[in-house]
Design a protein. Structure first.
Length: 287
């Protein structure tokens, strides 16, 4: 089960999984770790379900706050290699919440029109409004990941983007957006197993893309690109969290726990009535 501090209070996963400022070496992170959790796979699934009531309550409070003039929102950014489980996190974690308070965006390759507007334009169009939780399946970081690895733009272009991303995220934070950036960290061996499983299961063929093998051959280059992104864009306004993701159940529990802790820190409150409650009760009684 979730680990406890010596004083009996719950240890914060936000502290345990946060990437320290400075150089990043992803090989030093255990992809099979279950940081902050002592139980089994079955325990983890139970613990995830148990988070449902709390995360749903916090989400509704945030949503209500936004409907009554509040400007705060949350943006959950999910990045990771192919098969790392971005869709699984959304299905199992976001599935615990009310869809009307969610805005989920999956970013594919930009269209020619989007490219002409600058790499952050389409990201801005998908940001969560007041009271909403936005979830990005891939994000603006693709422009310093695949763009770098595949030489889609010149090195001076993607190098400048780190600072542009930092400025963008600081702007979001200043405007009331709390950013939660999760790198779903899997091993090359685990990715190979997951791709093989898709090829062995006709119900998973739709999830398989032959291009995944081409991208897999570039694993070292992607590792370098991710390390650079985590190192260069890890400021106080939007820190990174590395989520060990070889164990799917832990990944789902961890990201949902981070989101729950983030909402708990925001502590949205139910809006006060902007009408005479007792008067409305009296009026209702006469109908």
């Amino acid at each position: 089960m979730a680990k406890k501090k010596a004083d009996g209070s719950g240890a914060r996963l936000l502290d345990a999984l946060r990437v320290p400022v400075g150089p990043v070496d992803l090989s030093a992170y255990d992809t099979r770790a279950t940081t902050g959790f002592d139980g089994s796979k079955d325990d983890g699934k139970v613990a995830l379900d148990a988070l449902g009531a709390e995360v749903s309550d916090w989400q509704e409070r945030l949503f209500a706050e936004g409907r009554k003039g509040g400007n705060r929102s949350v943006l959950l950014v999910l990045q990771g290699m192919d098969t790392s489980g971005k869709g699984g996190v959304i299905r199992h974690g976001a599935g615990l919440m009310d869809p009307q308070g969610l805005r989920i965006t999956s970013f594919k390759a930009p269209t020619p029109a989007e490219k002409r507007r600058g790499f952050l334009w389409r990201i801005r169009q998908a940001l969560p409004g007041p009271g909403m939780i936005g979830i990005f399946d891939r994000s603006h970081y693709e422009d310093v990941l695949i763009a770098r690895v595949r030489n889609l733009v010149a090195p001076p272009v993607w190098t400048r983007r780190y600072e542009q991303i930092n400025e963008f995220e600081a702007e979001l934070a200043a405007s009331g957006v709390t950013i939660l950036k999760c790198f779903l960290h899997i091993s090359a061996d685990q990715q190979k197993e997951r791709l093989a499983a898709r090829l062995d299961d006709p119900t998973k063929y739709w999830k398989y893309n032959p291009g995944d093998i081409d991208e897999r051959e570039l694993w070292p280059a992607y590792a370098d690109a991710y390390q650079a992104a985590l190192e260069n864009c890890n400021g106080p306004a939007a820190p990174w969290y590395v989520i060990p993701s070889d164990r799917k159940w832990y990944r789902n529990w961890a990201v949902t726990t981070l989101l729950t802790e983030t909402l708990r820190d925001l502590d949205p409150e139910w809006p006060k009535a902007d009408f005479d409650v007792e008067g409305e009760k009296a009026r209702l009684a006469t109908t």
